[in-house]
Design a protein around this ligand. Structure first.
Ligand code: SF4
Length: 64
């Protein structure tokens, strides 16, 4: 089972823009279970706002 947010996650836009690689998608979003460890997923579950450019490990991806 992939992450429930996989299609609407803001990371998809960053991937399309070439700002991040497919690594996060492979390691978290499409994984069987690792999406549970995604910081975005956890904050979403607690209804805590988080920036669109926050990566699954909690780091912020600055625009290049
Ligand atoms: S970044 Fe996190 S919340 Fe977004 S789709 Fe991937 S695992 Fe889900």
């Amino acid at each position: 089972m992939t992450c429930r947010w996989i299609d609407i996650c803001p990371l998809r836009k960053l991937e399309q823009e070439g700002q991040i690689s497919q690594r996060w998608k492979k390691e978290y979003c499409e994984s069987k279970n690792s999406w549970r460890n995604c910081k975005r997923f956890r904050l979403e579950g607690k209804n805590i706002p988080h920036p669109d450019n926050m990566l699954p490990d909690g780091t912020i991806k600055e625009k290049e």
